[in-house]
Ligand binder design. Sequence first.
Ligand code: GDP
Ligand code: MN
Length: 382
Amino acid sequence: MNLLEHQGKTLFRRYGLAVPVGVLWPQPLPISAGGYVAKAQIRAGGRGKAGGIRFAENGETAGSAAAALAKAEIGGRRVEAVLVEERLAIAREFYVAVAIDRDRRCRSFVLAAQGGVEIESLPADRVRRVPVDPLIGLRPHHLRRAVAALEPADKAVAGALSAALEALYRLAQGEDADLVEVNPLTLTADGRIVAADAKVTLDPRAAYRHGAREGFAAADGPAEGEEIERIVAAAGGTAVPMRADGNTVAVVSGAGLTMATADMLTELGVPLRCVMDLGGAPVSGAEGMVPVFEAVAALAPEVTFINAYLHSSLADKFAEAIRAAYGRRPFPGRVVLRLLGRNAEAGHAILAPLGFEVVEGFVDALETVARSARAAGAREAD
Ligand code: GDP
Ligand code: MN
């Protein structure tokens, strides 16, 4: 269960980690001499790059920024609420998280002295892990090692970081959170440690231990999540949203191939917006598939990768569904197609007029997608 930023910050406050003074728009704004930041509340990261974070000089401009965000779609997601906060004067940004470490069967701190950027984009040697044995519990030496990884400039900052990390660990444990991530945890110009962002994932299996959880639970699930998750689920597949600012969508047949595709593309540095496993959807024929491809087109990805290896369903039927959807709503960007299996040749013939890039080998296809995504990214940066 992914919480919205403001829900995560409510938990932070409860556990003693400082957060910026803020309100959910349209409540009256707190007084802030340093201006405001209006933040779209969606269940995905990368909002900054996707236009979901707006800075404002005064209450009036903050109000209009919030009103605009409330109506916006950020990375294809409906904005669920807008958080307006005092703008922090940030001196330094850290990355800190408490995550379940499945290999070690414990919780680990994950830390980087440089925050504010996506953790996946940092070189591995800049990210530290400090595992905490659950049978021993959190001890001062864990905190000392975790703080050292953040490279504080002096004792005062080190002390404040230690208190923040302890609060996060207690929160993860106390709330049964699979993940508590603060990126960035900031050192403000006046020397305070404040959580500028919050990503909290609660374990739904432990919900019974936490009572009503002030309505957090009701706000989760595909019904309230992204439209595409609902559409793909209705067709019998699964859509996994990734980065709101991603430019590539992968549509894949089968869970194994989907995971391999997602892993390989991520390794190749492709910013994935969404990955979908069609699951049983192709079996249901064109009617079931058309809404899925229409939903993909609606995301307007720069690159769409269709990677299908069909056995029980037929590649030509699958191709017909793509053509039907395309006829109603063409995919705006480039499309890389890898279509193998029963009746694949007929499928290719059906799709030939659409001008997709057809690639047979998996590695070739991945490289083609990565090249296209890079080219699209470079065009955007211009
Ligand atoms: P995300 O892009 O979805 O992770 O959203 P964040 O809440 O992390 O905001 C993105 C970036 O905006 C952060 O990494 C900060 O650099 C910046 N930011 C967010 N809040 C503030 C703030 O109050 N003051 C300043 N100066 N920068 C902020
Ligand atoms: Mn962030």
